[in-house]
Design a binder for this molecule. Structure first.
Ligand SMILES: Cc1cc2nc3c(=O)[nH]c(=O)nc-3n(C[C@H](O)[C@H](O)[C@H](O)COP(=O)(O)O)c2cc1C
Length: 242
């Protein structure tokens, strides 16, 4: 490809825009002091072997000190049925409420950590903190996964396969929860198609059909990326309200 294509973009100020993410319920605490739940969207996998994850938590959260003190937590994946509890545990503090009781959730003992599992969640990931990175607004808890517990109702009795799609997992995108888990293809499907079935790169397809039969570009205004005026100024536009 020679040069850049023409396209229209608006630049926002730097911010968090990696979506979708999960909104998980992180359970913490121990049997003597009591348990708590914090909803966390800044979470993810960071290493396959050893299996490692992270959660980023603001130091002012009630859960922050609990996790720091105990050095462990459980990530509980959330479902459509748990959507309301997920949100509630993310807007109320364990300083004021017993979140398990208020949301009618059941604490089960974990096998490797002191923090409890949430029985109503289909997947509970037991994690031990290995490092705390004080990044800024949030401190990142890097943790090793010590055990994964799954609800047997989604296990195929014969094959032992876990039907993740049947659990109704939800995701979080830019301030809203979403319930769709409709599959678009399985891992590697893009290279399993024959040459003929594979979609052509947009440029190539447009050259073949300049009238614009390609739905992805239909109706979009096409203007040069940089105008003379924008080049002289900052070229940066204000963040849009969302
Ligand atoms: C969808 C959602 C995602 C959230 N993600 C985070 C997060 O990643 N890190 C964080 O510190 N707080 C996050 N929060 C806010 C906490 O869950 C919230 O402040 C909660 O009340 C803290 O509970 P605690 O005081 O009992 O620890 C999130 C809230 C919601 C609703």
């Amino acid at each position: 490809m020679k040069g850049f294509p023409t396209m229209s973009k608006v630049q926002w100020k730097p911010g968090n825009m990696v979506y979708p993410v999960p909104a998980v319920m992180v359970s913490c605490g121990n049997a003597e002091e009591g348990f708590n739940i914090i909803t966390v969207a800044w979470t993810g996998t960071i290493c396959t072997n050893p299996p490692m994850v992270y959660i980023s938590v603001r130091p002012e959260r009630h859960s922050y000190d609990i996790i720091r003190r105990n050095g462990d937590f459980v990530i509980n994946l959330t479902t459509r049925e748990l959507a309301e509890a997920t949100d509630w545990c993310g807007v109320r503090s364990g300083r004021d409420f017993d979140k398990f009781r208020e949301m009618n959730l059941t604490a089960l003992p974990a096998t490797k950590v002191k923090a409890p599992l949430i029985e109503e969640s289909p997947v509970n990931i037991e994690c031990r903190v290995t490092e705390i990175r004080e990044l800024g607004s949030h401190h990142m808890f890097l943790a090793e996964v010590l055990a994964v517990n799954v609800s047997d109702e989604y296990l195929d009795g014969k094959t032992g396969t876990f039907d993740m799609s049947a659990t109704g997992l939800i995701s979080y995108i830019h301030g809203k929860y979403y319930g769709s888990t409709a599959p678009l293809g399985k891992f590697g499907f893009s290279v399993q198609k024959t040459e003929k079935e594979r979609p052509k790169p947009r440029r190539e397809a447009e050259e073949e059909n300049p009238a614009g039969g390609i739905s992805a570009s239909a109706g979009r205004s096409r203007k040069p990326r940089w105008t003379a005026k924008e080049k002289k100024g900052t070229g940066r536009k204000k963040n849009r309200k969302s």
